[in-house]
Design a protein. Structure first.
Length: 156
């Protein structure tokens, strides 16, 4: 396992690694990346750069025939994120839904910044897809191992 840098500056995630933050609050991570707050933070800047790519390009598991897609659905009332499902690409696209060839942890930010409930729903769906349990509790080691496994991500 690679040694991950713990966040060392004063913030709500001080002492955590970036893989842990991505499983706790991806919106915070993507905001920090987009506002370049990691740029002056030494080795964590490169980790953030790498994780930003990975978190936006997660491969769909068990998709050897490339016939599955990630389907993102939004709530009709406020268009915030509602659900991620893995479906056959040939299936009819429901209203308020979009599809991608990869799972994108930043997806809810397209419609609403600071969508805490949307990101919670997305993380629950991701855990169900990868671990079979939407309430799967991620330890530091499991968060880091997930992002260390290059088989989970589209290659650049």
């Amino acid at each position: 396992m690679r040694p991950w840098t713990a966040i060392f500056w004063p913030c709500q995630y001080k002492g955590l690694t970036l893989p842990q933050v991505l499983f706790k609050n991806p919106d915070w991570f993507f905001n920090e990346v987009e506002t370049h707050r990691f740029d002056s933070k030494g080795p964590i800047a490169q980790e953030a750069y790498d994780l930003n790519w990975k978190a936006r390009h997660i491969l769909i598991p068990r998709n050897e025939r490339n016939d599955l897609v990630a389907e993102y659905t939004r709530f009709p009332s406020n268009h915030s994120f509602a659900r991620l499902e893995i479906v056959p690409g040939s299936q009819e696209l429901p209203p308020r839904s979009e599809r991608k060839d990869v799972i994108d942890l930043a997806y809810p930010r397209q419609f609403k910044n600071d969508d805490k409930s949307g990101f919670d729903l997305l993380l629950s769906d991701l855990k169900f897809i990868f671990f079979g349990n939407s309430r799967y509790r991620m330890t530091r080691e499991q968060c880091e191992a997930f992002f260390e496994n290059d088989h989970h991500f589209l290659s650049r």
